[in-house]
Design a protein around this ligand. Structure first.
Ligand code: ISC
Length: 449
């Protein structure tokens, strides 16, 4: 007979994490969800659920709710992210061959709103104690041998971790489509939009980086976390990246999302007169095409969220989100969740309704989804799917896995990027935009772009 699922959460001294959570990103197999200094980092694996198909979110939700229902939970911190936690990544497509997954780590270190904690999870017999949890954490940190650029005890020491600066001799090859083939797909997409069959379509492409001296996932995560502070840096089972787009964040009865659509490469501002932000305002917020693309994305999220909400607020005008590589048109949406059949919906139930949004698929969803399959010649895998974490109370944070890559082998990484295509889209401009969106990962891999 399997032993019960048991968890112990104890407070940690937040002041002692001088590098914030990024200083715990010392293992290539780390589970990671961080923004600025905060977030959750997981080590080890005590349970895993994998699933494919259209019901992947609901099946994962049921598995998780069953697991935590019988759990023996000792939690003296009691905030979102304490107690039992799973990290997850889901395939973009209901027909993907890629397995969606929830992973329950042995150890979680959390830091949120100035509170820090440590959770130890187990199916084994034996007492769970604070000393045992700290010892387990240090075992993971002290065996961080897979990250050559890192001191084994970095998680306990001060400051940001070391990063290797030597450029690697990496090479890039095209994935499913070469550049000309992908631009032809954009042209075909625009032609379909002109027939009136759909309003917006998001087309993505992949490229493959070969890194002869091997990929250091922990180093990639640290670089992204330090550089892309406005984004959520994620690492789940070989999927790594730093996304600016929050699909849904649930805390109690409050849900929040950050919707993006409309992009401008910051390099386009080089040599322009005036301040770069004025340039972004003029070119991005002032563009009818970009505003249209953004309005469609907002509409798609708010329409899907409405049945779960008592009240919803959204910015009346999008704001400019400034990232190191691009500017985006962004809008934050906040909803007070309503009970459905006597329960506040869990984050996976919400994701089941929200995914895929027009920011990564198009409008109408079904037409855009079918056209994506026809034109991209690509199984997107976890790219543009939900990635994040959830706890036993149904709280969680799930971003859209953008600006990321899948580490397919020790020396091979597949990068993905896509663009919203509307009636006014030009294939060359969309191709250039994919290069701007690849840039965070290329830089983290040490490949100049
Ligand atoms: C599909 C991607 O970005 C989406 C999110 C923000 C802006 C987008 C755009 O302007 O096209 C895309 O909708 C991607 O980064 O691969």
């Amino acid at each position: 007979m399997t032993s019960a699922f048991r968890t112990l959460t104890v407070p940690l001294d937040a002041e002692s994490f001088r590098g914030g959570l990024p200083s715990f990103l010392v293992r290539d197999d780390v589970l990671c969800w961080t923004r600025r200094e905060a977030g959750l980092v997981g080590f080890g694996e005590i349970a895993r659920f994998t699933v494919t198909g259209p019901d992947r979110f609901l099946e994962a939700d049921i598995w998780w709710r069953h697991l935590v229902l019988e759990a023996e939970i000792e939690d003296s911190v009691e905030c979102p992210g304490t107690g039992p936690v799973a990290f997850g990544s889901f395939a973009f497509s209901k027909v993907s061959r890629h397995a969606s997954r929830l992973i329950v780590p042995e150890i979680v270190v959390g830091l949120l709103d100035g509170r820090a904690w440590l959770t130890h999870m187990t199916f084994d017999d034996g007492d769970l104690t604070e000393a045992g949890a700290l010892a387990a954490l240090h075992r993971w940190l002290d065996t961080a041998g897979s990250s050559p650029a890192v001191e084994p005890s970095a998680g306990r020491s001060a400051g940001l971790p070391h990063t290797a600066s030597a450029a690697r001799e990496a090479s890039l090859t095209t994935g499913a489509l070469d550049e000309a083939g992908w631009m032809a797909a954009v042209t075909a997409g625009v032609a379909e939009i002109r027939t009136g069959a759909l309003e917006k379509l998001v087309l993505a492409r992949d490229i493959v980086a070969t890194v002869p001296d091997g990929v250091n996932a922990a180093e990639i995560l640290r670089q992204l976390a330090v550089r892309y502070r406005e984004c959520w840096t994620y690492g789940v089972d070989g999927l790594v990246g730093s996304t600016p787009e929050m699909l849904i964040q649930v805390e109690g009865r409050t849900a929040q999302a950050r919707v993006l659509a409309g992009t401008l490469d910051r390099r386009d501002a080089e040599g322009m007169a005036g301040s770069p932000l004025d340039f972004a305002e003029r070119v991005l917020a002032g563009s009818e095409k970009q505003r249209h693309e953004h309005d469609i994305a907002i509409q798609s999220l708010t329409t899907q969220l409405a049945p779960f909400s008592e009240a919803m607020t959204a910015h009346s005008e999008p704001f400019i989100l400034e990232l190191p590589n691009v500017w985006h048109l962004a809008s934050d949406v906040k909803a007070e969740l309503t009970e459905v059949e006597g329960h506040v919906p869990t984050c996976l139930a919400l994701i089941n309704a929200l995914h895929p949004t027009a920011a990564v698929c198009g409008t109408p969803t079904m037409v855009a989804g079918a056209l994506i399959r026809k034109l991209e010649h690509l199984d997107r895998g976890p790219y543009a799917g939900p990635v994040g974490w959830l706890d036993a109370a149904g709280n969680g944070e799930w971003g859209i896995a953008l600006r990321g890559a899948v580490i397919e082998a020790p020396g091979r990484v597949r990068l993905y990027a896509g663009c919203g295509v509307v009636e006014g889209s030009a294939p060359e401009a969309e191709l250039a935009e994919t290069w701007a969106k690849f840039r965070p990962m290329l830089e983290a891999l040490g490949i100049s772009s």
